[in-house]
Design a protein around this ligand. Structure first.
Ligand SMILES: Nc1nc2c(ncn2[C@@H]2O[C@H](COP(=O)(O)OP(=O)(O)OP(=O)(O)O)[C@@H](O)[C@H]2O)c(=O)[nH]1
Ligand SMILES: [Mg+2]
Length: 732
């Protein structure tokens, strides 16, 4: 690998500044559909690993935990060169995980790439995560092509007949097209992103046995479905893979149908960057101009035992070089670029410079977190935040086993939070009991066992996971008066539920405070907000909105920062159970301020605003929300009843049951709180015959009859007064 890698680097370097010869692609799919095996094929095709090892080495699953569990946990990057029709191309590839707990890595990878190879298992067909990854790609304006994998299983295990093969495969394509069309009619129709075998945007094959075909490839190789069928039946896939190798067929499709960075950035910048497209830097972003200011977005942070922290991301403009000072969004500082490198799976190879349109690994950006924009431009409008589809639903408390590890643990937790924005960390240096929230049990296990104990040698005691709740309002209240401790400042607010369409727009990134003001107002009005209110939107915190509807109040402008701080304090830990608040609209309608700045400082304004909001929330029918997951179960007919009962017994709902041959596909949903232990229960109930997976659905109100009890339990656990709080606890 070392020598192969070296030569490769030289070839990569030669192509880096020829954007039309670059493709930045992500491999994404439902769990186990064969992404990493497919990536091995491409690596072998480029000569980076031996063809014999492809499919066994799982080069991109270089973490020992990944090898041990047989799943991908981390998205991994590699740059390689392929020759297509006599021309060399640079392929920057990201292999993403399929397990839902690591879905955040897929979302982040989609920001770095321009095209996606969506892999679908020919036997399983499209699955819940297929839908999710497609949605993520489309949202980022990343163009998909389709690879239908494991076709060998269709022939050798399912033993379908030759004539049924095109029908069966056609069904998968139709289904994927239906998804694309529903999710994004514009992409489907206007951009012509419909997947079309005749055009070559669909390939069929077997990553394990290293062959593939597409309609264009059939014309060149003479290998079509008939031949594929015969080779598979004859157990001679080796010859098939020589006549029609996967890497050649698929990369042909990648090169012809996925956009180069020049074409892609024109289309992608408007959705991922809200700054002025007509400005100098706006134009440079749209054209991936390598000769101007640097604009880099960090999509992944790795900790390397030697190099320390490595920020990997997409360079959208300028050329990265050692020694550059980059402003890091969200901080007041600059960081000096210490090295720039290209990624080679677990390894990185340092290079002199990397021009726009590539994926780069940079050291020295110690203040960057995943999602940061690093730029030579001061006050650069940052890229839009990466919107994750799932939210943390579970929390564990961790404590250092040895006192001496206390500071190291705090440091490790800070680092974990920087690397993975889907992990929420709450550090409590007083009690030493820190909270880590994540997507699920596996996610939390990886954070505690791999990231903290294995990578950093810190032994910890971890609690059982507990559910994360949210608070919101379903009624309205106001005007609620909040008084400052010195009584000289008063704030009057209305508390209301935020309109659902606006809530959704914030969640999926259609709305952002980075938008130009007029554009922002227009959007809010189109989503049903009154003009007056849309004009007053001052701050968005999570999915909560502060609207200033006051007029001509002296000193208000200079006080606004403190008001915002008060809002954030009130909503970070809601008044009901100190869980985060969501979907609350706060309208500030009147303010009285002391004319002397000394008497309207932080110690006065923050508590006044905070208490008005906390009291107001409790008056507006405060409601506790719990996370709910979709549950998909595939089980033989005979065990269907038992599987259904497993969901229903957990305050669950069955949404759909379909049968396919002898199998039933059950789609339901249930609260996370009830799903602990589901794995072993469903195994027991169905004699181990059920295949199942879950996906985040959202936060929903707990049953009204249970709310008080749950609130009191959370409060007890947190050491709060074991009573339902009242508005008067916050207001005078
Ligand atoms: N029969 C057959 N098995 C395959 C094929 N491709 C992959 N597999 C097997 O499917 C399993 C999963 O393959 P991976 O490549 O790890 O799948 P993945 O999509 O990367 O999985 P995650 O990253 O964990 O989501 C492995 O046991 C592979 O050997 C194929 O074309 N045919
Ligand atoms: Mg994988």
């Amino acid at each position: 690998m070392a020598t192969r890698g070296k030569k490769m680097v030289e070839r990569v370097k030669d192509l880096m500044d020829k954007p039309t010869l670059i493709r930045n692609i992500g491999i994404c799919a439902h769990i186990d559909h064969g992404k990493t095996t497919l990536s091995d094929n491409l690596l072998a095709g480029s000569g980076m690993i031996s063809m014999d090892l492809a499919g066994k080495q799982l080069f991109m699953d270089f973490d020992e935990e990944e090898q041990a569990r047989g799943i991908t946990i981390n998205a991994a990057n590699v740059s390689m060169v392929h020759e297509v029709a006599g021309q060399e191309y640079l392929i920057n590839l990201i292999d993403t995980p399929g397990h839902v707990d690591f879905g955040g890595d897929v979302t982040r990878a989609m920001r770095a790439v321009d095209g996606a190879v969506v892999v679908v298992d020919a036997v399983e067909g499209t699955m819940p995560q297929t839908e999710t990854v497609l949605r993520q790609a489309l949202r980022e304006n990343v163009k998909p092509i389709l690879f239908i994998n494991k076709v060998d299983r269709l022939i050798n295990e399912l033993k379908i007949e030759k004539k049924d093969m095109p029908i069966r495969l056609g069904k998968v394509i139709d289904h994927v097209n239906k998804l694309v069309k529903n999710m994004s009619p514009e992409h489907y129709e206007k951009d012509n992103w419909k997947l079309d075998a005749a055009k070559g945007t669909v390939c069929f094959g077997s990553a394990l046995y290293k062959w593939a075909v597409s309609i264009p490839s059939m014309k060149n190789t003479g290998i079509g479905f008939n031949e594929v069928y015969d080779y598979c039946k004859a157990g001679n896939m080796k010859e098939l893979s020589q006549k029609s190798p996967l890497h050649a067929v698929l990369l042909d499709s990648v090169v012809h149908h996925l956009p180069d960075p020049l074409e892609a950035q024109k289309r992608r910048i408007p959705v991922i960057w809200r700054g002025d497209k007509e400005s100098k830097v706006g134009k440079d972003l749209m054209t991936a101009n390598p000769n101007e200011e640097v604009v880099f977005m960090v999509t992944k942070i790795l900790t390397d035992p030697h190099a320390g922290e490595v920020a990997v991301g997409r360079l959208f403009a300028g050329t990265l070089e050692r020694g550059q000072e980059l402003y890091i969004s969200g901080t007041a500082v600059t960081n000096r670029v210490q090295s720039v490198a290209i990624s080679m799976g677990a390894d990185r190879v340092e290079v002199e410079k990397i021009p726009a349109g590539n994926i780069a690994a940079v050291t020295g950006l110690r203040d960057a977190i995943v999602g940061s924009t690093g730029s030579t431009v001061r006050d650069m409008t940052p890229f839009e935040a990466i919107k994750h589809v799932s939210e943390p639903v579970m929390t564990v408390a961790v404590e250092a086993k040895n006192m001496k590890d206390l500071p190291k643990l705090v440091e490790a937790l800070r680092q974990v939070a920087k690397e993975d924005p889907t992990v929420k960390v709450e550090i409590n240096e007083e009690t030493g009991e820190h909270l880590i929230s994540g997507m699920g049990e596996l996610h939390l296990e990886i954070v505690t066992k791999s990231r903290i104990t294995r990578d950093r040698g810190i032994e910890v005691i971890t609690s059982e996971p507990i559910v994360v709740y949210r608070e919101t309002v379903t009624g309205t209240a106001g005007p609620v008066e909040g008084k400052s401790p010195n009584k000289h400042n008063r704030f009057y607010v209305y508390i209301e539920p935020l309109e659902q369409p606006i809530f959704d727009a914030i969640k999926n990134g259609d709305f952002s405070m980075n938008m130009m003001e007029l554009e922002r107002r227009k959007l809010l009005e189109s989503l049903g907000m009154e003009k007056e209110q849309a004009k007053g939107v001052t701050h968005v915190y999570g999915t909560n909105m502060l609207i200033d509807q006051t007029k001509g109040i002296q000193y208000l402008k200079e006080t606004m920062e403190l008001i915002i701080e008060g809002m954030e304090e009130a909503l970070k830990n809601g008044p009901l159970a100190r869980e985060p608040a969501q979907g609350i609209k706060i309208r500030l309608v009147d303010v009285k301020l002391h004319e002397d700045a000394v008497h309207r400082g932080p110690a006065q304004v923050i508590p006044a605003v905070r208490s008005a909001i906390q009291g107001g929330v409790l008056m507006a029918n405060s409601t506790l929300l719990e996370p709910v997951q979709k549950v998909f179960i595939s089980v033989p007919q005979a065990q269907m009843g038992a599987a259904v009962r497993e969901i229903q017994g957990r305050r669950g709902v069955i949404n759909d049951i379909q049968s396919e041959g002898d199998m039933s596909i059950i789609e339901g949903q249930a609260p996370v709180a009830e799903l602990f232990g589901f794995a072993s229960d469903i195994r027991g109930a169905t004699e181990g015959r059920a295949l199942w997976n879950t996906e985040f659905l959202g936060f929903f109100p707990v049953p009204a009859s249970m709310q008080n009890e749950i609130v009191i339990n959370i409060r007890k656990r947190k050491g709060l007064k074991a009573e339902i709080p009242r508005p008067s606890d916050f207001l005078e």
